[in-house]
Ligand binder design. Structure first.
Ligand SMILES: NC(=O)c1ccc[n+]([C@@H]2O[C@H](COP(=O)([O-])OP(=O)(O)OC[C@H]3O[C@@H](n4cnc5c(N)ncnc54)[C@H](OP(=O)(O)O)[C@@H]3O)[C@@H](O)[C@H]2O)c1
Length: 265
């Protein structure tokens, strides 16, 4: 049957494709749901097949086109294989949401945090996230309007960390906060590199959201926590790049105090 294109193949080829890392729960799962609602084909990345399949089943039940993709940020082979699969099945990637992230109880202030823990947190939140981005970039370049959203945190803001009056000033975890600051640097530098392309790269600050990451102590719902990431994933062509954004705060849509309201456009 060579040369025959079925209806479903046509629709898959013309629909936008999004990859969400750590998509099996929390903010990533909600981002997947909302991108599905926006009409995208959603590839839910997860390191555990069972958890990934269960999450995919829930979103399919809601009527969205969602597929599990094995993506363990601690396993380079899964990153390379995911890129190969997306290349062969879709040929491009429109949206990459770098959402997977960890916190660690052995993390702490720079004077005493367990160094192995700091490395572990950086490994997932920064190094592996950079690796996923590098692996997916050739596919994102094939999109007409690629979007990369790095799910960062207010804890990654140098300005907030330096403000003793900031509401979360007491949370000084060099591994977590440092890895998110490094992620923000990646956003700014990659946006600069890609400034002559249609690709937009931004960081989202979800705000304090009730998920497993904080034993559900967060004060926002996952819908609220996902909102900014989804907005950045769906930015129009005149939208910003190289910035750090947050909604659900009275101060503004744009986090002016984040330390990198960059001018890359
Ligand atoms: N919740 C907040 O208040 C808050 C605030 C600011 C920023 N954030 C950021 O938001 C993002 C999502 O966090 P969340 O609150 O939704 O936490 P969560 O519910 O704990 O979800 C984290 C997700 O990341 C996945 N993950 C962790 N390590 C991974 C690895 N090595 N490979 C693949 N997937 C991995 C987890 O998979 P498993 O289920 O297999 O563990 C899970 O799917 C994180 O980057 C976090 O730093 C959260």
């Amino acid at each position: 049957m060579t040369g025959v294109t079925t209806m479903s193949e046509t629709s898959t080829k013309t629909r936008k494709v999004a990859l969400v890392t750590g998509g099996n729960k929390g903010i990533g799962f909600e981002v997947g749901r909302q991108l599905g609602k926006a009409g995208m084909v959603v590839l839910l990345g997860a390191r555990n097949q069972g958890l990934g399949d269960a999450a995919v089943a829930k979103l399919r039940h809601e009527g969205f086109e969602v597929r599990f993709i094995l993506l363990d940020l601690s396993n380079r082979e899964t990153i390379a294989n995911a890129a190969k699969l997306i290349a062969s099945e879709y040929g491009h990637l429109d949206v990459l949401v770098n959402n997977a992230g960890i916190a660690d109880p052995s993390d702490g202030p720079p004077s005493g945090a367990d160094i192995k823990c700091v490395r572990r947190v950086f490994e997932t939140n920064f190094f592996a996230t950079l690796e996923v981005t590098q692996a997916m970039l050739p596919l994102i370049r094939k999109s007409e309007a690629g979007r990369i959203v790095n799910v960062s945190s207010g804890l990654g803001s140098l300005t907030y960390n330096g403000d003793p009056k900031w509401e979360f000033a007491a949370i000084k975890r060099i591994g977590y906060n440092g890895s998110k600051a490094a992620l923000n640097m990646m956003t700014v530098q990659l946006a600069f590199e890609l400034r002559e392309t249609p690709i937009k790269v931004n960081s989202a600050n979800p705000g304090f959201t009730a998920t497993d990451l904080n034993q559900h102590r967060g004060t926002q719902t996952v819908e609220e926590g996902a909102e900014e990431t989804v907005r950045l994933a769906l930015l129009p062509s005149d939208g910003p790049t190289g910035g750090f954004f947050r909604t659900h705060r009275p101060e503004s849509l744009v986090d002016q105090r984040s330390g990198f309201q960059s001018n890359v456009q």
